[in-house]
Write a protein that binds this ligand. Structure first.
Ligand code: 4NP
Length: 146
């Protein structure tokens, strides 16, 4: 299965989600490929935010080699599941979808809840890591036998 994690900047939340999901899927022996992208262009080509890199490293996950990119319409064809962090991401991505098949691939990472943007609050990176980790575990539970 191919999963794309999406947030606004692709430097704080979705890089964490990519790293955590790949780490957990590998540990479970699942043949899953995980990538991430942003809806905004500001940080294209940059590594993840250093605070996300540190929060991940603290939990044994290396996200330092990731490179920021923007969401592209072909992602709807390339990925089986597109997991977004908040409701703005959801409406931005849904607005780019051209048919029901594409729309059906998109959902919030957390069931009916959002992963808040930690960009302006240094203290939120560790809690956001835990929130994303819980979401990834639940996704694995739901999809590992599909
Ligand atoms: P992210 O956080 O969507 O979790 O990557 C943000 C990072 C940067 C900006 C906004 C959100 N920004 O406006 O530059």
């Amino acid at each position: 299965m191919k999963i794309l994690m999406v947030c606004l900047g692709n430097i704080c939340r979705s890089p964490l989600a990519e790293g955590i999901m790949q780490h957990l899927a590998d540990k479970e022996g699942l043949d899953w490929q995980v990538d991430s992208a942003g809806t905004g262009h500001w940080h294209v080509g940059s590594p993840p935010d250093r605070r996300s890199i540190r929060a991940a490293a603290d939990q044994g996950v290396d996200i330092s080699k990731q490179v920021c990119r923007v969401f592209r319409p072909t992602d709807f064809d390339e990925f089986d599941l597109i997991l977004v962090m908040d409701r703005n991401n959801l409406s931005d991505i849904m607005a780019k979808a051209r048919n029901d098949r594409q729309r059906a691939k998109v959902r919030l990472l957390l069931d009916n809840d959002i992963v808040p943007d930690p960009y302006y609050d240094d203290t939120q990176f560790a809690p956001v890591f835990k929130l994303i980790e819980a979401g990834c575990k639940e996704i694995i539970r739901q999809y590992k036998n599909k």
